[in-house]
Design a protein around this ligand. Sequence first.
Ligand SMILES: Cc1cc2nc3c(=O)[nH]c(=O)nc-3n(C[C@H](O)[C@H](O)[C@H](O)COP(=O)(O)O)c2cc1C
Length: 170
Amino acid sequence: MPVLDIIARRKSIRHYQIGAEISDEQIHDLLEAAMLAPSACGMRPWEFIVTRSREKLDAIRSIHPHTRMLASASAAIIVVANFDIHNAISGDYIPQDCAAATENILLQAVAEGLGACWCGVYPKEDFVAELSRIFDIKGNRAPFNVIALGVPDEAEGARGFYEEEKASWE
Ligand SMILES: Cc1cc2nc3c(=O)[nH]c(=O)nc-3n(C[C@H](O)[C@H](O)[C@H](O)COP(=O)(O)O)c2cc1C
């Protein structure tokens, strides 16, 4: 499928088929897509935690009010920013690096027929602290977001759209 078609089909999916399996191979593909993202100076300051634990998914829901979709999710990936991985130029760009990796996961999810939803964590201090506690994230690291994953149980269809007036051509 052309890349633009995959991009156009992506939307946040918040209802998933309960109990549907996501295979290790699918998760591996999502992680591979993430790690193929660009990063400032090629520093790759990201790490990824994969969880299928119902206990952990519910724990996230209990501390983050905008993650209700995890009730039906089969898994989640927590993108973790490692603030120790940088050079003299790249440090300020670490959130952007993690965002690029996140978008790659969302697009690969479309290609796999999976539904995904990006749930923001960093830089909200309370969410960062609680997520760090739940997943034992230590050192100069911070959970950047939670990506809910599952087999969609809602209609597909793009939500994004093109706006001519947002672009200026010189
Ligand atoms: C930085 C960021 C944080 C987000 N956090 C949440 C969230 O906590 N919960 C949620 O349901 N959606 C969250 N979203 C998804 C947005 O609500 C969604 O992308 C937006 O409404 C556009 O819809 P679409 O993704 O279907 O195109 C987040 C998206 C971004 C980029």
